[in-house]
Design a protein around this ligand. Structure first.
Ligand code: AMP
Length: 215
């Protein structure tokens, strides 16, 4: 399947994407994970993206499109992909449309995961992430803590609070979402690709997608 997962930070895009990869071998592509890996490695891309990310601002469209143009041509994308955190602006959505046409690929759906703001705020302030760029497993201090406090169950690296998950950065990321990313809902509605799911459980999101795609 070829899906876009839309939704505010903390809506559960990453969790739903991970569950969907198990269905048909489609790969999760998270621009946030790719960028955090680049920052940790201090590559050119990472150095350019770091300050924007710390503030909770979006990284410039050109950098993101450079990443996606390469990534979508890798062989593992042929079976399908779950775009998690991309596109995030109308120019990115327009550029993606052109890129997919060039690659002869067609999207199945753009899924808007709509979760109430109080749930989002609670999730983001309690979310913890594995610090190992190759892992980036997600935990929650209330609902899904690691077995050993502060240590990733999967790879044994320290589990941390992301620098952009302080209260100030979170509220800035939510404002940025409303201003720059929420307009994509109208964009994909016009394209006839939108599926809105009002669900706070990732299982319910996955079920709604399976129903829609008759999987
Ligand atoms: P995420 O893990 O998806 O919440 O992304 C973390 C941060 O990476 C965002 O706050 C942005 O600074 C940056 N980022 C990730 N994806 C994009 C994108 N598609 N466009 C611009 N910036 C992005």
């Amino acid at each position: 399947m070829k899906l876009i997962l839309l939704g505010a930070p903390g809506a559960g895009k990453g969790t739903a994407a991970k569950m969907l990869t198990g269905l048909d071998g489609s790969v999760q592509i998270s621009t946030g994970d790719i960028l955090r890996g680049a920052v940790q490695a201090q590559s050119d891309l990472g150095k350019q993206a770091e300050a924007y990310m710390k503030r909770g601002d979006l990284v410039p469209d050109e950098l993101i499109m450079g990443i996606m143009e390469k990534r979508l041509q890798e062989p593992d994308c042929a079976k399908g992909f779950l775009l998690d955190g991309f596109p995030r602006t109308i120019p990115q959505a327009e550029a993606l449309k052109k890129l997919l046409a060039k690659l002869g690929m067609k999207l199945d759906l753009a899924v808007n995961i709509d979760v109430p703001r109080n749930v989002i705020l609670d999730r983001l302030t309690t979310r913890r992430t594995c610090s190992n760029a190759a892992c980036q497993a997600i935990y929650n201090v209330k609902s899904n803590p690691p077995k050993r406090e502060g240590i990733c169950d999967k790879c044994g690296s320290p589990v941390i609070q992301r620098e952009d998950e302080t209260e100030a950065a979170i509220s800035h990321r939510l404002e940025t979402y409303n201003e720059k990313t929420a307009p994509l809902i109208g964009f994909y509605r016009k394209e006839g690709l939108l599926l809105t799911v009002n669900a706070t459980s990732s299982e319910a999101v996955v079920d709604a997608i399976k129903d829609k795609l008759a999987l």
